[in-house]
Design a protein around this ligand. Sequence first.
Ligand code: FA5
Ligand code: MG
Length: 462
Amino acid sequence: MIATKLPINVICLAKRNVFATALRTVSTQAKPTEIKVQDQTFKTDDWTNATPRILELVGRDLHKDPNHPIGILRDLIETRFQNMGYTFYGDFKPVVSVYENFDVLGFPADHPGRSKSDTYYLNKDTLLRTHTSAHEHECFVKCPTEGYFICGDVYRRDEIDRTHYPAFHQLEGARTWSRNNFENEEQMLTKIQQDIDAIPKTEIVVSDTTPPFDPETNPKQSYMTDKETALVGQHLKRTIELLVNEVFNEAKKSAKLAGSTEEYLNEPLKVRWVEAYFPWTAPSWEIEVWWKGEWLECCGCGVVREQVLTNSGIKDTIGWAFGIGLDRIAMLLFGIPDIRLFWTLDERFKSQFKEKTISTFKPYSKYPGTTRDISFWLPESKEGFTELHENDLMEIVRETAGDLAESVKLIDEFTHPKTNKKSQCYRVNYQSMDRSLTNDEVNSLHDASRSILAETYGVHLR
Ligand code: FA5
Ligand code: MG
């Protein structure tokens, strides 16, 4: 029932017609005892929160479609890194274990990423990967080359707007050097320096005030020397700069071809490094790209922690890893205004893109949006109800309205000074990318979301 093969828009239509049934399915109907994803069956339990609509996206494999913007971007990056010692993986299934996604990477037990409000669980042991780092362990075990790339779809319960979607794509990279291949440290350091020198130079303007490591804010690991840490960090940063340079120069070329004469197109690309934290890397950074007047976060990275490598049976080895988000970059590269478009089945979208070609998206239609508010008092006593998290509300709207929900925003929140009761108001913008919506249709979707919210979370609608 849940792992149906119907395209998303067919399900939306079906839902609209059997509105009452849909309402029950989403909210109060007993959970099925098992769910099927990509021919695998999983027993459900208290942790199960992956919804039918999310499971519909699993297996679309946009990163494997050579004529889809996500696949074109992946190919652009992988082509740049051919013959540089990397193995390319793109077939790992998105259903992974809690061990692979969190435990093996050293996520603490109370890390917010593990919570049901952030992550889609099939059951307490199994989830939809939240990042491609879930496959680092397996790749460190089996990869025949010193480096690898992994591309895949990842899933996060998140807000709804033009740049956030519950499914997006990441490209992971990693590279190691084994101490066993060298007679002494000096020889190894010389080799890493040669590998750094061999990375093609870019014209990027890099601002980097982050030191190779900082005992206070970005410590190194004790199993690595200062020099090892510094050189591995340099190799990592130069590699990511090469990647970013390739992608954004292509973006500029395509913008010029499309007739843009904006000034930034003639300026060299500016990036900056900032310190970051990831449980399985130390030190860690993020790179941000200056794009149309804003710093855009696009990639997290760091020097891999020893425990991840030893967990994979690799000893006496040092290395780095990074994970870059593809969707927001593809939006810039192809001029795509809304992240939902990547998932549309409309031929007017898909037919615009061709293998190995960066082109600028031509909007085929603009249908007006229409907003509806949901205002309510939160229950005074939480007894019998689950506490409402912002992402839960997003999920209810997503499950009833699907991709017709363009954005959901908390627009007002206050606590009554006398009764201490808390009120919230969310605004939903309903907008189809493919057709006009009728008032009746929007009202019935909106009423469905309101009812589910009241039934499930005990809020008092206003
Ligand atoms: C990670 O996911 C780490 N796995 C990256 C990493 C890999 C660090 C290896 C160290 C070593 P983060 O959650 O910051 O990190 O996500 C990485 C990138 O994914 C972000 O920079 C951003 O470009 C993209 N991203 C994150 N959330 C979303 C979202 N909701 N929609 C679209 N892109 C997103
Ligand atoms: Mg980040």
